[in-house]
Design a protein around this ligand. Structure first.
Ligand code: MGP
Length: 200
């Protein structure tokens, strides 16, 4: 499926006339892109007021079209968040699918790195590359002045075995060898810099 995701945008099978009708490549499930531009925050506005649902899709073709048009994090100035979440799940601690969850986080000091890791993660998600796919809520790319970061949100923080499996697989996918850490949303709700609960 992953290679299908990568190839489908440009493929023209040999011997097929350019005019032949092609069926779009259906994904296993629907996904939604979200965007939060906090570059000009309104004074006193609650968190999440600038969070927007952008587009829900379920074909490889729609994915590439959206990615090419808008979803390259490095194109954006600081303080923007990009999200790809399973359709029906909001990228908030308050969402029932996220509320008992947490996130793996990887930081990046290079813009080009962020774009590459983001794209590799998107393809792995829509291509269902994780064994624990039902545990995954989505991914967030955070463009920040100091250091960009990518967070993979999962559903059941207390399920250590599932989170460790996801963390290991994610490192392979984004080609990271440094240690990465997992924090619980419950801890983030209580304190600004939540301690890490798992490392891989
Ligand atoms: P963050 O954006 O996850 O951390 O949360 P970051 O990126 O380290 O900080 P930043 O300043 O660089 O953006 C930052 C703060 O936003 C949190 O401490 C919360 O106050 C608020 N916040 C973040 N999230 C993901 C949520 C959420 O899902 N729900 C609510 N209510 N507040 C949130």
């Amino acid at each position: 499926m992953a290679s299908e995701v990568a190839a489908a945008a440009s493929e023209v099978p040999a011997g097929v006339p350019a005019t032949a009708e092609k069926q779009p490549h259906k994904l296993e499930r629907k996904w939604t892109f979200w965007f939060d531009n906090q570059s000009k925050p309104k004074q006193g506005a609650a968190w999440g007021t600038s969070l927007r649902k952008v587009y829900t899709f379920d074909t490889v073709e729609e994915f590439w079209c959206l990615y090419d048009q808008i979803f390259r994090p490095s194109k954006f100035p600081a303080n923007a968040d990009f999200h790809l979440f399973r359709a029906g799940v909001e990228p908030k601690w308050e969402d029932p699918e996220c509320t008992n969850g947490g996130k793996w986080t990887v930081t990046s000091s290079k813009k080009a790195n962020l774009d590459t890791m983001w794209l590799e993660t998107l393809m792995a998600l829509i291509g269902e590359q994780f064994d624990e796919a039902d545990e995954i809520c989505g991914v967030v790319a955070s463009v920040r002045q100091r250091q960009d970061k990518l967070s993979l949100w999962t559903k059941t923080a207390a399920n250590e075995a599932a989170q460790m499996g996801i963390g290991r697989k994610w490192k392979e996918i984004i080609d990271v060898t440094d240690k990465i850490s997992y924090s619980f949303h419950d801890d983030s709700r209580r304190e600004r810099s939540a301690k890490s609960r798992y490392n891989v």
